[in-house]
Design a protein around this ligand. Structure first.
Ligand SMILES: [Zn+2]
Length: 197
């Protein structure tokens, strides 16, 4: 039986990391959106100097980032960012009003942006295939690969064309690791050989 890392999940093309909620006071969800390298600066910017955020310090900025997002060494990136923030250098500290509204707005913006990126890259394929949102745990039909040489011809005709399988890992938009219905790993499969139920 293949071991699955249950602390990661892919949903609608977005990667989520499950964290230990005990380290996140006042946080509702243990699932944090993984932010790719190129968007981390934007997330920090929104959490640190968005109009109503009022240039928070390292600790508070990192806290806000980590409420919704995950990536390794958030604190280092936040430190780096604030060190180079001109407004902070000029004004040192400012009163700050914590606003759930702002946080939700920022999260929505970043999520939308990432979803749009994802849709752009998978759109062409989905138009043809209609299996765009395969997720870990989904049950799919997998094309059977019976040999088609003369000896096997008869059997191939009788054999079912598809068999059920379970998605255990999403390796890319088009490649998935599968288990058969008995929980045995059956390797990596391209989406062209899969159908949704
Ligand atoms: Zn600042």
């Amino acid at each position: 039986m293949m071991e699955r890392d249950l602390s990661w999940n892919v949903k609608n093309g977005l990667l989520f990391k499950k964290v230990n909620l005990r380290q996140y006071p006042n946080c509702e969800s243990a699932w944090k959106l993984f932010v790719p390298n190129e968007l981390r600066g934007k997330v920090i910017k929104e959490c640190h100097d968005e109009v109503k955020a009022g240039h928070l310090g390292v600790r508070k900025t990192a806290f806000r980032v980590k409420q919704f997002y995950y990536w390794p060494n958030v604190i280092q990136d936040v430190k780096q960012y604030i060190k180079s923030c001109e407004t902070c250098a000029r004004f040192k500290t400012k009163p700050f009003i914590e606003s759930q509204l702002v946080r939700n707005k920022v999260f929505g913006m970043v999520k939308d942006k990432m979803e749009r990126c994802h849709m752009k890259s998978s759109n062409v394929y989905n138009k043809k295939r209609n299996v765009g949102s395969l997720q870990v745990g989904d049950i799919v039909w997998k094309r059977t690969k019976y040999l088609s040489n003369a000896n096997k011809k008869f059997m191939a005709k009788l054999a079912p064309k598809f068999e059920k399988a379970v998605v255990t890992e999403k390796l890319s938009e088009t490649v998935f690791r599968l288990n058969n219905i008995f929980g045995k790993p059956i390797g990596m499969w391209h989406i062209k050989d899969l159908k949704t139920l």
